[in-house]
Design a protein around this ligand. Sequence first.
Ligand code: SF4
Length: 376
Amino acid sequence: MGKGELDPWGSDTVKDYSRLLSEFGIEPVAPLLPRFKKLSPHLSRGIDFGQRDLSRVLDAIDGNKPYAVMSGIKPSGDYHLGTKMTADDIIYFQSLSKRATAYYSIADVEAYSDNGLSFRETEKTAVRHVADILALGLDPDRAVVYFQSQEIRVMRLSSIFSRAVTMNMLKAIYGERPIGLYMAALVQAGDILMPQLQELGGPKPVLVPVGADQDPHIRLARDLAARYHDEFGFISPSAVYHKLMLSLAGDAKMSKRSETTLLTLSDTPSAASKKILSAFTGGRDTVEEQREKGGRPEICPVYDLYRFHFAHDDEHLQRVFHECTKGIRLCGDCKQEAASLVKSFLVDQQKRREAMTSDAKELLARSAKHLASAGR
Ligand code: SF4
């Protein structure tokens, strides 16, 4: 990838979000906030910072019209706090209207192309992921969960799309990549546009909540929606972008590429606690200096734990920020508090996930039946 470009498969974090607004045409979310009846923590804390055509989805909510929330997960490891961000957004936007359907793709084609994992290997992981998102609050009655490789519509759309894209176009969006990743990108465009097929209710607003680094996929899907508008009636998909949380080393985004600096929803509470206690912080070299100058939450992955997931509410988050920047809070105590929040979350989540395993299998089976009976 060229310097400054977005890499959906990489581990770089985004340093300057305002540049995404000015250079990539992502619009800020802030002007649309008054249209929400209740803000999610992602919205009230500026974590969801950008959007494309989000007003189209808000119009559907106001008009009690159907819309879809679409995202997916690559089943290449345990669910981690970075992927939980997208899950939180899916669940929130699904909850805003009874007319919303959540589509959740298990990106096994991408797991094969990017990580060399066989479809059989990824199947087991996928059930755990579905149980995780159910445990986080996804409403299974308005959700369709499927494997990319098994959904003929997605594969067919990706073949259809391959007619309209050239190597130059893919290189311009993704840089030089193996053909498998280009194919996975086309499959993902198939995922994003599938909910608009006639047999699934026809063209409708589709919101894709993604991390900021995934914008290349959104741009490709929107380009293809325009190119195939006459044939399928596609409406350009909407997107909401969240900021990327830091790995515990503070030098990259939290991703499966670095296990030691990653917190997963399957970590034992004590292992998670150990990782947090040895995390990088935005603290100063000495207690005296910290008391005098305050810490730097803007570069601190421990602060990200509070901000992105574990602060009880916005007031709690503001308190952490205030105490940190004023030198009232020291990193050791701050880490202990974060570790204890994470531990109690993990105990609950793992209990809930265990109880959801059969629901996850049932949702996968019910979705497969629903998609098979929808006609093609
Ligand atoms: Fe990070 Fe907490 Fe230290 Fe501030 S006090 S730099 S938030 S660990």
